[in-house]
Design a binder for this molecule. Structure first.
Ligand code: MN
Ligand code: MN
Length: 276
């Protein structure tokens, strides 16, 4: 090998090494499929009250001061549904950063409020691992039993019916405000103040005609949004009676839903109240 060839080899090797070192910064950040429609509060790792937990099974913004999620977001299509049994292994989420209180299952004991799943157990039945992930306490809010076990569960069932019809859904849900009424009466917090009881429970569901077309949201895409009081007495009410616009939930929460959809399309589908 002569000097010229050696020089070229050294230069090419050096450039190759530089390129390899740069690849991680050039490649776009891996996007969680559950954030396909957007990240409603711009959650990340800089605030303990808007802390992004990006999981295989769902994504959530956790609020460490409130001990509940600000929102949980998940994709639902037939690939998530199978025959894995309900695991019932409610437990603290040890992936929370230091300085963030890890809510335990006993924090809800005797409170009169259910450990109310946001991403339902029934939406993750493809594998035991995925079902188990829905029982992390970062996926829970204190939910009035009548809300959780009646009207809310009926909407969850309806969502899975849509999937059975071939639809793909993008769902975001949470609670806002403080003060709910459970089976022991009203409370603003439980667990000695560590867990806020939301006043309202809300959900936004984007309904796509078929899986794999998340970029196909148009002004005719169906969006179901509900806003339900976190109280007893709503068990047998129809969730359809609590439908609202996405805009009204954006106004109440300060979040921007569906931010990955064009502004002009958002303005149409977020103003419309579902009536199907
Ligand atoms: Mn539930
Ligand atoms: Mn929006």
């Amino acid at each position: 090998m002569n000097r010229t060839k050696l020089s070229i080899l050294v230069i090419v090797s050096f450039l190759g090494a530089v390129l390899i070192a740069l690849i991680p910064s050039i490649a776009p950040a891996q996007t969680n499929v559950h954030l396909t429609m957007g990240n409603p509060s711009g959650a990340g790792s800089s605030s303990l009250n808007n802390y992004l937990l990006s999981k295989t099974q769902y994504a959530t913004s956790h609020n460490c001061s409130k001990g509940i999620p600000n929102w949980v977001s998940w994709q639902l299509n037939s690939s998530w549904l199978g025959s894995a049994p309900r695991q019932n292994n409610f437990r603290a989420d040890t992936t929370l950063p230091s300085g963030c209180y890890q809510v335990s299952t006993s924090d809800y004991s005797g409170s009169g409020f259910d450990r109310g799943h946001m991403c339902p157990s029934g939406d993750r039945t493809d594998t035991v691992t995925n079902n188990s992930a829905t029982f992390l306490m970062t996926n829970m809010i204190p939910q009035a039993p009548d809300n959780n076990q009646g009207i809310w569960a009926n909407l969850e069932d309806y969502s899975r019916d849509l999937v059975t019809q071939g639809k793909e859904l993008y769902i975001i849900s949470g609670g806002y405000g403080s003060g709910g009424t459970g089976s022991n009466g009203s409370a603003s917090t439980i667990a000695s103040g560590k867990v806020t009881v939301p006043n309202r429970t809300w959900k936004v569901i984007v309904v796509l005609d078929s899986p794999g077309n998340a970029s196909s949201v148009t002004t005719s895409t169906r969006v179901i949004a509900v806003n339900i009081p976190n109280t007893q007495g709503v068990r047998d009410s129809d969730w359809r009676s609590y439908r609202v616009s996405v805009d009204s939930i954006e106004n109440a929460t300060g979040y921007d839903f569906l931010s990955n959809v064009s502004a002009s399309t958002q303005s149409v589908i977020e103003a419309r109240v579902d009536n199907q």
